[in-house]
Design a protein around this ligand. Structure first.
Ligand code: CTP
Ligand code: CA
Length: 223
């Protein structure tokens, strides 16, 4: 029994994970989204569950299978995702923002299908709330993990996000690399934490990367 407990370091702890790209409606038949599949978030959910955690997976995916023993909260928009995270945040030990949250949403959602009446049209967008930054400002003992999808200047942008969003860890991936990022089964990431040298994780399955991310987080969490 003792041995089992040792292998379940997140037993009785709540881990909240967001996954997938949010969808922002334009009209009843159209929306804005991105290339995120949700695979990294789902891999993290499996890894956290295997460490004994009570896992809440807040996901936009309508394709991926909910891992056994994980509680799924299905959302579509950034706003819905924010509300769902907020509902679980206070009691969470770890929150992982693996979702690709739309930076903008249409300023107005048309309740009728927009007709192609004009030769040129303007779609007005308004910025979404930065969920991770909001959590960074609210957090007490929660360990907050964000992701950074970049195509260039990774180190600079990732460190900037770590500071600005008050995260405990930023997992950065170069989405222009062939074995990393959106919709792949593998990933290659760099981990940034305050007052630490970046940790480079070589290319591996998203499942193995997820396990490494949580192992590193566990070493940094307040006991
Ligand atoms: N994020 C969030 N809420 C948003 C936008 C992003 O919580 N409205 C989170 C993402 O889930 C991710 C982190 O912030 O964990 C970084 O997302 P990213 O898109 O890389 O950075 P942004 O801050 O949105 O900046 P930019 O897209 O301009 O690089
Ligand atoms: Ca963004």
């Amino acid at each position: 029994l003792l041995n089992l407990e040792k292998n379940l370091p997140l037993k009785n702890q709540k881990v909240v994970i967001t996954a997938g790209g949010t969808k922002e409606r334009i009209d009843p038949v159209r929306y804005i989204t991105n290339d995120s599949s949700g695979k990294m978030g789902y891999s993290l959910a499996v890894a956290a569950r295997n460490l004994g955690a009570e896992v809440y997976l807040i996901s936009t995916s309508k394709v991926l299978k909910t891992p056994y023993g994980v509680t799924l909260v299905s959302v579509e928009t950034a706003e819905q995702m924010h509300q769902a995270v907020n509902a679980e945040f206070e009691k969470a030990a770890i929150v992982i923002m693996a979702a690709a949250v739309s930076d903008y949403r249409p300023s107005h959602i048309s309740n009728k299908k927009i007709k192609k009446n004009e030769q040129e049209m303007v779609l007005r967008l308004v910025k979404n709330t930065d969920i991770l930054a909001t959590l960074g400002n609210q957090k007490k003992d929660q360990f907050l993990i964000g992701f950074a999808a970049e195509t260039h200047n990774i180190q600079e942008y990732a460190k900037d996000k770590l500071i600005k969003k008050k995260a405990d860890m930023i997992v950065a991936n170069d989405v222009s690399k062939p074995n990393a990022g959106f919709n792949k089964d593998t990933n290659e990431v760099s981990i940034f934490m305050m007052d630490e040298e970046p940790i480079e994780l070589t290319v591996n399955s998203k499942q193995a990367i997820a396990e490494e991310i949580l192992a590193i987080a566990l070493t940094k969490m307040k006991k």
